[in-house]
Design a protein around this ligand. Sequence first.
Ligand code: BGC
Length: 746
Amino acid sequence: MTTQDDLQGLLSRMTLAEKIGQLNLLAAGEGLTTGAETSTPLAKRLDAGEVGAIFGTKSRASTRAMQERAIAGSRHAIPLFFAEDVIHGHRTIFPLNIAQACSWDMELIRACAAFSAEEASSEGLHQVYAPMIDISRDPRWGRVAESPGEDPHLASCIAEAMTRGLQENNGGRVSACLKHFVAYGATQSGRDYDNATMAWEDLLDIYLPPFEAGVKAGAEGVMASFNAVNKMPMHAHEPLIEGWLRRTAGFGGLVVSDYTGVKELVAHGLGSAEMVVARALHAGIDMDMVGEDYLRHLPGLAEHGLDAPETGLFISAETIRGLIDRACLRVLAFKAQQGLFEDPFKGMDPLAPTPNRQAGRALARKAAAGSCVLLKNNHLLPLKPGQKVALIGPLGSDRANMLGTWSVSGDARDVVSLEDALKAHDWASLKTAVGANLVREKWLVDRLNVHGVTVEPDPRDEAALLREAREVAEAADVVILALGEAKEQAGESSSVLCPDLPEPQRRLVAELAAGCTPVVGVIFAGRPLALGKVPEQVDALIYAWHGGVAGPEGVADILTGAAEPTGRLAVTLPVHPGETPLSYAAEPTGRPFPGHFQKFLTGWLDLEDGAARAAYPFGYGLSYGNVEYSAPMADVPGGGEAGMAEISVDITNTSERAVTETVQLYLSDPEARITRPGRLLKDFRRVPVAPGETRRVTFEITAEMLSYHVAPSLAEAQKVWDPGRIIVHTGPDSRATKSVEITWGA
Ligand code: BGC
């Protein structure tokens, strides 16, 4: 065991250059592929002891080679740590995070994270850049794919479950790195890398709670985000990093920059390359990812300090040296925590066994089925044996796009397409047609194929594709329409102007809806797409997201009834892309939307009345069975700070199928110090209910659940709760609830 004293002793023996070297976090790039003779830039850095950690290694052998080189290059034999983007799986790719969030199943999410940790640690990795816990309410933002969705409570549960899963030592653990700190999902216009401006109350009550939950669960790392929050870029945000994160939330781990995030402060307008290094270090960024600006500028700063009246900054050389010590000690402590001083080569033995891929695949399939949200079902699903099925659409035979955006170590060959998955069930003679292209424009196809070709448009014209689709549909009893997005249409740097189902696909839906064969729509996407009239045109509809290696098999399990649909939306599906950003938890206005357009009331002039409410609200999802809810019953013995109320609701399965119902509890505070969200999710319970069974579900409400922030500034933020009227809503989603009013005593 390396003790704090050992680390202090080590620090005291290190030169300034050695300390600065520990703060340098580099990408593996091509690695050390040609062995000991290599003189790549990375190898030179390792020989000089100028690297603290490396991310993105691709094999045990190259990881081992880098570790050997680093230890040989360090006077004190300080090992590297290795990190990787294991966002929704490592080799075994699980459903996108937004998809997993729709399972509302924390045990499943924990298990997927734990398996990813097993795979990652078995390849010599110590840290993963996950969980990504940026709340996002804007479908234009491509990274909504990696996010836990729109709600702070659900996201906090996910932050905790993933952190536990990654860090538990059950066959292999890795260190979790919460990201991106903070409000990266709230950027202007949904544009990636843009800035966020918001009330401090929103930051404290919407965007920070998942980080608080992750810290509480023991996360050992945090990554800063690219955006500014209220004018201060996060890589220089001392009040949020050293202030809120460390002092308020009690985080004691390592803070890393995002990719060249320190350098980018120059483009943000915070000063010269040297100035921004001082600012980032002072703000609490311990390691500089890729940019190497710490390596370049800290030696000079440690000698001269910084006197920059143009940015209002004065930091003495002594202070800089103290900050370098602070950051270096955090890096060393992190390495000690990972057991690296005892065993720097753990997981790098080329002959060691690898985790059981079959077990991972089975889990991935379960997660894929659990992530599907059944949006509509006119008694068409599950499919009946013997039905003649046609599979139409650009994603019916697809494999590569199913992996989803973060699949750096995944392999499309591991994916079973929906076509093959259905054939393996009962439909060996399934007929298929492309029906529509995902995209057609060459420039857009090129952008989507930037990380390898996943989009190859069918060269036939649209009329020919539609004709073929019609013919295949006419010969079938039921059509399955596999629609959606390519994997690169979502994810980093894939913000879109118009997050809706692309027009050629909507034309395909309209074409087939005009025929006589019933249609099941399956949407494979990385964001909540505005579906327009699609829900009215199809007979059944599943939102399947990009489901990973076993995504299509999970969908096939739902289609055939081998698995029950249990998913619920973790994010509201808009009707129209112009409604964004969008959340069930919007604040009320003085002129509330009455459910249709009315002059001088909140609403959209150009949104048709029939479609005037969000198509599918947060929390929504159907089962194959049916559950009825009683009104909530309240027992409020008192109130006050330590008070507790009990809310019970009876749910009855009125169908002949077993159901797992997600019972949701929302609270509204209609009289408060400031305008509060119309309602907020505070708790939920996944409850199995047998046919004919009634179950009572009981929730407890505490004063903490009623509390919220009032914050004229970050420094003056105060958490308060008010006695008085509270409306409690229970139900199957954020809209279809029944309510009871309670009075919370002072
Ligand atoms: C992303 C991070 C990621 C990092 C390293 C950045 O561009 O924003 O989420 O962890 O790259 O790959």
